[in-house]
Design a protein around this ligand. Structure first.
Ligand SMILES: Nc1ncnc2c1ncn2[C@@H]1O[C@H](COP(=O)(O)OP(=O)(O)OP(=O)(O)O)[C@@H](O)[C@H]1O
Ligand SMILES: [Mg+2]
Length: 1024
């Protein structure tokens, strides 16, 4: 919308706000009326509402009722604030006087949040207080309201600070902190209101639904309403990395990284030499193009193209090359390179681009972060057999085997298995090398990661925060470890995972708040269905934003930064300096030290300490350097006299990839009508400018004859930088969206599995379920081996009997199955599990299921009923979990292999969905089959197990030996009867081998780790 139209009609934002103002008036009127009540009378409202709302089941009716009482309820909160004025409360062990009664704009924000919107309210507008309004209202439902903060410190602070209101009004408030036990967590979740970080909430969800084996271990009680503070940081920045609970992997190829390291190092070295040669050539040509004597140049265009290509090659081969950066400092050279690149991309088939890459040993794509060996590279690493690093076309190969002359099915199977194994091995090798190449060429020490205590620790590129414990996925972390020569940690396997997006989509109602949401409004709406509403400030904002200052090199830029800090510092103004990385923070800190300037550096490592430092950043003469996430949520109050000298000055040392983060930094000053100013410094060497800065900036600089040391300032330039930022924002949004599209597939699987699990955990009688599952599998198998025709000659009764006897201790001969079939008269009931079966098939199912049930009854008679119930639950859960984790792993591999296949015309996502669907189908069948297998293989104690086996009727036992122990003796053949005790030991061996974890008591000591893998002692876990 243009400015003029906006002026006449008002923006959509204004129109929406307009609707809320009458409500604000109602709240204020109601609040005036409440002032005459006694404290107890005010409190009584809470209980009355709670009682009323508890009776409402229907979602819509509940929402309706909440809307009705909103003005009154908000008035009650406002009135409680008034009553608290001057009271001392303790926040994070410090005494503090309550001094807040919500302003009208805060009421406005509260209304919007109740309606499930994101409220954009500037720093210092008091969002912490705003949230209490919708939190109180929605907590009255008794369904639990979650308030999500960015770190533990803020969760604790806000629950204590705002707790004053809730407690005054008779609600309970809790906080989830990292080191709490499940018992404590459950108590916190049972409060009306619970504060905590997104990670804690998300991990609790995963533990509850993906790992807990009994109801008592679950801590959450549903997902009704969440308000997310700093919502952009959590739903956008943090959303890049999913929450993962992992354990040591069973599939591990860690040795690969160390194994290929020397080879990759020599590759990288050879590539470096190659690139040096290209650079030398380029420099020569540059001299030719711009001769010092200023003489005329022939064929300038061809020269320019040649130079551009050479530079582009180096960029592709060695993207972080310092020599290249140096050459590109000259905007003309950068222009030549960009033009050459553009030309290469113009060709649809990319023939030239491909040829250029083939000049190198491997090619990197800095934007998409991929590394590939070229043909030259493959020859380099394996001159005798370059094909060793090319993935074969597996499908064709498999097909060829089937179409080939081999008639023996088993040999064909062997051949195919071998092909698959070869493929797998090659894929792993190629993958390891590609990750190592990335580690060497794109990941720099002290930029992307740091080494601490012999560990590779990731540095968050957006916040500068160290992320101990997090690991890059897909072996990249191992590759970097191999590169740095530190211990290569074992690859872990995902036990449970969810993206932040999908966690928050669980909530019936979601709302958020932040100082900066507007620029990402599309994403919030698209992905979370959250609208953004900008709330006006309480007092007008008088911050002065300077135009960006642009320099050619980083060096010049930082000299100018230091100069400005010195000048303003001399005037006594406090300065907050924002950086995009830890490295920059530290470099700048060294520069300031050299100048003798006292300052603090914040790297978002210790939240409490960080909050204290940031809180002091408004004091006279304070200089605070912070990565841009540091200190979010902490109030910067101006020290005495600071307002008179101009307030806090915010200095940005680089434009961030997203405009939002810059706005966040700017917003740190001029809170609540304070004076303040902001100023950003940019250089052409900054990543943003290098990767996404448009040619136009460079050209314009060429035109005005931009010289070393010059500073450039122009509103037009700000716009160009913004459009570069928009490009990156778009790019990142697409990546996040793509990730989500993939994750959606898994999310559906997760929902089904978690529902299944919860049914079992909450179910009273798991035994029925167990028998149902058995029956379902029996039906599947009967369908597999028989036909609906009454003619039984086609039936594979032998296989059916084998299957039955392999899984259950029955020993049913074929003949009996046939007899059952022939006696079948009743058709199955339509719509039942057996629908579609013939009378004969139906009879067979019944016969087998009945036999299983009978055998199971015998088992029951030797078990302690309570213990058996646990065993049954466990039998099901362990089958689900083991196969689900396997599934997670396979889905990961699928995604990776889809990536490899993604070159063709097909949309990888469509392929992924189709294959994932099939895999999930198989998973469900496998889970059920596995459960069936385990029904008789688990017992609450060895004694019960032995007793059971000893007492299975002889007739039932005789043929089953093969299934349980491998014996072949049968009663009918007249051979010796196996002694029951032999059977037991053989059976026990089979159990130990086939059905892990084993539940045969004596093997696991009470103090041993529980076989379910929970990490707890057996006696405290499944052995309870
Ligand atoms: N109604 C009020 N009356 C007086 N002071 C208030 C009021 N609301 C908030 N404040 C004060 O404003 C300051 C900032 O509050 P708060 O930290 O909640 O802001 P914020 O909007 O969350 O900012 P940030 O974006 O930094 O998180 C606090 O010192 C708080 O005490
Ligand atoms: Mg805040």
């Amino acid at each position: 919308m243009t400015g003029l139209i906006k002026m006449i009609f008002g923006s959509r934002n204004d129109r929406e706000l307009k609707k809320f103002w009458p409500l604000v008036k109602q709240i204020n009127d109601a609040e005036a009326g409440l002032q005459k009540l006694s404290d107890d009378e005010l409190r009584a409202r809470t209980a009355a509402w709670k009682g009323e709302l508890a009776k409402i089941e229907d979602k819509d009716e509940l929402a309706q009722k909440l809307n009705e009482i909103l003005p009154e309820a908000f008035a009650v909160v406002k009135n409680a604030c008034r009553r608290l004025l001057g009271q001392e409360i303790t926040v994070r062990a410090l005494p503090q006087k309550w001094d807040m009664v919500p302003f009208d704009v805060q009421l406005l924000g509260g209304i919007a949040q109740h309606l499930g919107k994101i409220t954009e309210m500037a720093t210092g507008e008091g969002k912490t207080l705003v949230a209490t309004l919708p939190v109180y209202l929605n907590a009255l439902t008794g369904r639990g309201v979650h308030v999500v903060t960015v770190n533990d410190y803020l969760a604790a602070r806000d629950s204590e600070w705002m707790g004053a209101i809730y407690k005054f009004l008779g609600l309970t408030v809790g906080v989830i902190l990292h080191d709490q036990s499940p018992r404590v967590r459950r108590e916190q979740y049972n409060c009306d209101i619970t504060y905590g970080t997104n990670a804690e909430f998300g991990f609790d969800y995963l533990r509850d639904n993906g790992m807990a084996t009994r109801k008592e271990e679950q801590v959450q009680r549903g997902h009704y309403f969440a308000i997310v503070d700093e919502v952009d940081s959590i739903l956008i920045d943090e959303a890049r990395t999913p929450l993962i609970i992992s354990g040591p992997s069973v599939h591990t190829f860690d040795e690969q990284y160390a194994q290929w390291k020397p080879l990759v190092e020599s590759l990288v070295r050879a590539q470096q030499q190659l690139c040096n040669r290209f650079l030398t050539d380029a420099e020569k040509l540059i001299k030719k193009l711009r001769p010092e004597d200023g003489s005329n140049v022939q064929d300038a265009a061809a020269l320019e193209h040649e130079i551009g290509l050479l530079l582009f090659r180096v960029k592709t081969g060695q993207p972080k090359s310092e020599a290249l950066m140096k050459i590109l400092e000259n905007p003309e050279n950068a222009g030549l390179m960009n033009r050459a690149e553009l030309d290469l991309h113009k060709d649809q088939k990319k023939v030239d681009l491909y040829r250029e890459k083939e000049e190198l040993l491997f090619a990197m794509d800095e934007k998409s972060q991929e590394a590939d060996l070229t043909e030259k590279g493959r020859n380099f690493v394996s001159p005798k057999d370059p094909e060793a690093f090319v993935l074969p076309d597996l499908t064709t190969q498999l097909h060829d085997v089937d179409a080939g002359p081999e008639t023996d099915a088993r040999k064909r199977m062997e051949a195919k298995t071998k092909l698959q194994a070869d493929f797998e091995a090659k894929a792993q090798k190629i993958h390891a090398i590609s990750q190592l190449l990335k580690a060497y060429s794109l990941y720099q020490l002290d930029v992307e990661y740091v080494i601490q205590e012999n560990k590779v620790i990731i540095v968050d590129q957006h916040t500068g925060r160290l992320m101990p414990g997090r690991r890059w996925s897909d072996g990249l972390h191992q590759a970097v470890e191999a590169k740095e020569g530190v211990a290569i940690e074992r690859e872990t396997q995902t036990l449970a995972t969810i993206t932040i997006q999908n966690y928050f989509r669980l909530y019936q109602k979601l709302a958020g708040m932040t100082g900066t949401a507007e620029t990402e409004a599309t994403e919030f709406l698209d992905i979370y269905k959250l609208g953004v509403l900008t709330i006006p400030t309480n007092k007008p904002n008088i911050r002065k934003d300077g135009h960006d200052s642009i320099y050619k090199t980083r060096r010049e830029k930082f000299n100018a930064v230091v100069k400005e800090i010195k000048e303003l510092h001399a005037k006594g103004r406090p300065i907050l300096v924002g950086t995009v990385s830890v490295e920059t923070s530290e470099m700048l800190s060294r520069m300031l030290k050299r100048e003798g300037l006292i300052h603090s550096v914040l790297n978002a490592k210790y939240h409490q300490q960080e909050a204290e430092i940031v809180a002091r950043a408004g004091q006279r003469g304070a200089v605070t350097i912070a990565t841009n996430m540091a200190g979010r949520g902490t109030d910067i109050k101006l020290g005495p006299g600071v307002a008179d000298v101009g307030g806090l000055h915010v200095l940005g040392t680089e434009r961030h990839e997203a405009r939002r983060i810059d706005r966040q930094l700017r917003g740190r000053c001029s809170r609540q009508g304070d004076p303040g100013s902001s100023h950003f410094f940019v250089s052409l060497e900054d990543d943003l400018m290098r990767l996404f800065g448009s040619d136009r900036i460079v050209k314009m600089m060429e035109k005005i004859g931009f010289e070393e040391g010059d500073e450039l300032k122009h509103p037009w330039l700000n716009r160009s930088i913004q459009s570069a930022q928009k490009k990156v924002e778009q790019h990142n949004f697409q990546i996040r969206k793509r990730t989500l599209e993939y994750d959606d597939v898994m999310n559906k699987h997760r929902q089904v599995i978690y529902d299944f699990r919860n049914d079992i955990i909450n179910g009273e009688d798991v035994r029925d379920r167990l028998m149902d599952i058995m029956e379902e599998v029996v039906v599947e198998k009967v369908l597999e081996f028989t036909t609906t025709d009454t003619e039984h000659s086609e039936w594979k009764l032998r296989q059916l009997a084998d299957w039955v006897n392999l899984n259950f201790p029955l020993g049913i001969p074929e003949a009996e199955i046939l007899k059952a079939a022939e006696s079948g008269k009743d058709e199955p009931v339509a719509g039942s599990l057996f629908d579609g079966l013939s009378a004969a098939q139906f009879a067979v199912c019944n016969f087998i299921s009945e036999s299983v049930r009978k055998a199971y009854d015998i088992k029951i008679s030797f078990e302690n009923p309570d213990a058996l119930r646990e065993v049954e639950r466990f039998t099901i859960l362990s089958a689900i979990d083991r196969l689900w984790q396997e599934h997670l792993y396979e889905m990961d591999s699928l995604r990776y292999s889809i990536g490899l296949r993604g070159y063709g015309q097909r949309d990888p996502l469509v392929e992924y969905k189709a294959e994932a669907f099939q895999m999930f189908d198989e998973l469900m069948v496998n889970v059920k089959t596995q459960i069936c297998n385990n029904i008789f293989r688990s017992a609450s104690s060895m004694a019960a197990f032995e007793n059971f086996l000893r007492n299975v009727p002889q007739q039932t036992l005789h043929q089953s030996v093969s299934a349980f122990g491998g014996g072949t003796t049968t009663a009918s053949s007249g051979g010796a009867q196996p002694k029951a005790s032999d059977v037991v030991s053989e059976a026990a061996a089979a159990v130990a081998e086939k059905a892990r974890p084993v539940r045969t008591g004596p093997k696991v000591g009470r103090n041993d780790p529980c076989p379910c893998g929970s990490g707890k002692k057996y006696k405290l876990c499944c052995g309870r």
